[in-house]
Structure formats: C-alpha cells, structure tokens
Write a protein that binds this ligand. Structure first.
Ligand SMILES: Cc1cc2nc3c(=O)[nH]c(=O)nc-3n(C[C@H](O)[C@H](O)[C@H](O)COP(=O)(O)OP(=O)(O)OC[C@H]3O[C@@H](n4cnc5c(N)ncnc54)[C@H](O)[C@@H]3O)c2cc1C
Length: 319
C-alpha cells in the first residue's frame, strides 16, 4: 500500500491545485451519499491535472474523474485512490462570433446563460442541468429531446499519460446519452461548440420557461441524481418512459431505508435523510426486477456507480 501522506505531500509540492485527504464524497454528490476519498484533488490548471495523473501512475493508484457529481452514486466506503474533480481550474468560456470554446469545468447553466447573453441560440435546453460541461459531454446530456452533441465541433482530451489530443464530432460517436468517452479513459478538457445567432430576450424567455416547467415536473427539495434510468426507444413505444413504467408498477413512494422513489416523478430516487449507497442499489434492483416481470425488458441506468476500487460504470452492471 503506497504511503498516502507522502503522495499528498508530493502533490502539494508540485502545486497541482487543492489537495485534500479523507474528503467526504457525499459533499460532492447531488444525492449527498458517499464515504471518504483517500486523496481528493481540484486541479488549478491543466498542468495540475497532468501532474496528478502522473503521480497516480507512478504509485499505481486508481483515479476517478468527477465533475458536479450529479450523475454518480459514490459507495458508502468512498474511494481507495485519487478522486479528481474538474471544476474552476478548467472553466474558461471564450466566445468568438458563433463559436464558443468551453472548458470542461464550466458549470452548465453558466454556459447556457453566457451563450444567451451573447445572442447565441442552441443551448437553452441545458439551462437546468446541474453539472459541469465535461460531465455533460461525457453523458451526451440534454433535455427537451435534445443533446449537447448537436452543437459540438470538436472535443479536447488528455490521456492518463498526460498526452493531449482532439476528437472531431464524428470520432466522439455520440448517440442518445452516449459518447465514446464512456468506453475510454480519456479526460475531457473542453470543446469547441457552434451555436446560431438569436435574440437574447427570446432566448432568456425560453430558458425561464424551461426552468419553470422543470421545477413543476421534478422533485425540487430532496437530494437526488436526476433520472435514474435511461429511456429506451423500444420500451418507450410499448410501455412509455421509465417514470411511467415505474409508476405503473406502484413504486411511487416505495423505499429502502432513506432511499425513496420520488412521489413527484417515479424515475427519481430521493434521499429523505441518511440514505446509503447500499439502500439506493437495493431499491434500484427491486425496481428493475418488477419492471422486468411486467415488461420482459430490463431498465438500464443512466446513473453511474463509483465503487471503492474506482472503476466507474452504469449502476445496473453492478447488480
Ligand atoms: C436535479 C437533476 C436534474 C438533471 N437533469 C438532467 C437533464 O435534464 N438532462 C441530462 O442529460 N442530465 C440531467 N441530470 C444528470 C446530470 O446532471 C448530467 O448527466 C450531467 O451532465 C453530469 O455532469 P457532472 O459534471 O455532474 O458529471 P458527474 O456526475 O460528476 O460524472 C458523470 C460521468 O462523467 C464522467 N466525467 C465527468 N467529467 C469528466 C471529464 N471532464 N472528463 C471525463 N469524464 C468526466 C465521470 O467520470 C462520470 O462517469 C440531472 C441531474 C440532477 C441531479
């Protein structure tokens, strides 16, 4: 077992950014669930990220990359390795005509607002998504039946050896809530996106309407992780969206400990107090079985699970 105090000291000497030990991951999760990370780094700049990756390689430590933690279930045991949170150290927004160069650490609603202020349309649908731009690209997230990939021109990444490269839009293999980055271990540094000229006033009105509609549809107060299950076109045609299928199976309000299927929207699981990762997983497992019995189809998770060993994957693959 490498000497964590020694590694932490070395990271601090290299000025990689903020370096913390035993940082509770629940404070970096919109579900408010998760134990401590041995080492937690917030890189101050891309070089800080490269240096942290190099150190992890030297000591063979697992690395977990996170953004806003809005699509992740961290284990109650935390992570035995280094968690790197990409945020303000990579948070540039440069607007040039219709093009925007965006850093992976930019907060998604800030990007939507900056584009709107500059009179650029195309990003209104992301106004209510509580994550970073890197997380959004990784997930190919979006709303209003849109995805961020529609605006993407190219994506800049760094590999675990610190080498940078660019991916064209085609090379990103974007499909519904999927990108090539889910199958690789590249770290997204940022991207160039292209929008269309629009009227700032109308864009603002559209964003306010989207926010109003989201606050009516989704649970607002209790910690959650957005949609737990991804919508599947074949299931949708026969049975409807995941929220309706789960509601039809009478799961609204069903709970395991403090993990509860939202009474507001059945595709959300809320933390009503001190929910644990084990309780959330148990509840997800029960939902999947019941839905399978009823429809003969397995629901797939949009949410990803972070085990103590750090190998992050869609949650259902661990059940
Ligand atoms: C209330 C609520 C509403 C939501 N609504 C929506 C919605 O309308 N549409 C939607 O698509 N999603 C929605 N989500 C889910 C979530 O916000 C998105 O998936 C978001 O894009 C995740 O970004 P993040 O920065 O939080 O990523 P995280 O949750 O931190 O990470 C998600 C995955 O991305 C990887 N990752 C993060 N950053 C990088 C990086 N720079 N390089 C490489 N990999 C990286 C992580 O390893 C992880 O596997 C919602 C969530 C909540 C809590």
């Amino acid at each position: 077992m490498p000497n964590l105090a020694h590694i932490t000291r070395q990271l601090k000497e290299k000025s990689v950014g903020t370096v913390l030990t035993e940082e509770l991951l629940s404070t970096h999760s919109t579900w408010k669930i998760g134990g401590p990370a041995d080492i937690f780094v917030l890189p101050a700049q891309p070089q800080g990220l490269s240096d942290t990756l190099q150190m992890a390689r030297e000591y063979a430590l697992p690395v977990v990359i996170i953004g806003g933690g809005s699509n992740l279930l961290f284990d109650d045991e935390g992570v035995r390795g280094i968690v790197i949170k990409i945020d303000v150290g990579l948070s540039h927004i440069e607007i040039d005509d219709n093009r925007i160069r965006v850093g992976a650490g930019v907060w998604v609603p800030c990007l939507a607002r900056a584009a709107g202020k500059a009179g650029l349309t195309g990003l209104e649908h992301i106004i209510g998504i509580p994550g970073t731009f890197g997380g959004l690209l990784f997930m190919n997230g979006g709303s209003q039946r849109k995805s961020i990939s529609e605006c993407v021109q190219k994506v800049r990444v760094i590999d675990r050896r610190g080498r940078q490269q660019e991916f064209s839009k085609q090379e990103c293999h974007f499909t519904y809530r999927k990108s090539v980055f889910q199958q690789t271990d590249f770290i997204i540094l940022g991207a160039d996106i292209e929008c269309q000229p629009g009227d700032s006033g109308l864009i603002r009105q559209e964003m306010l309407a989207i926010l109003r509609s989201r606050s009516e549809k989704f649970p607002r107060k209790l910690p959650n992780c957005g949609s737990v299950f991804v919508s599947d076109p074949a299931m949708y045609d026969s049975f409807g969206p995941p929220g309706k299928i789960i509601e039809d199976c009478n799961f609204k309000g069903a709970a395991v400990g403090d993990a509860e299927v939202s009474r507001h929207h059945a595709n959300f699981i809320v933390n009503t107090g001190r929910a644990t990762s084990a309780q959330v997983m148990e509840l997800i497992g029960r939902i999947r079985w019941k839905v399978y019995e009823r429809t003969n189809c397995w629901l797939r998770c949009e949410v990803r699970y972070v085990p103590p060993g750090g190998e992050v994957k869609q949650l259902h693959t661990f059940l």
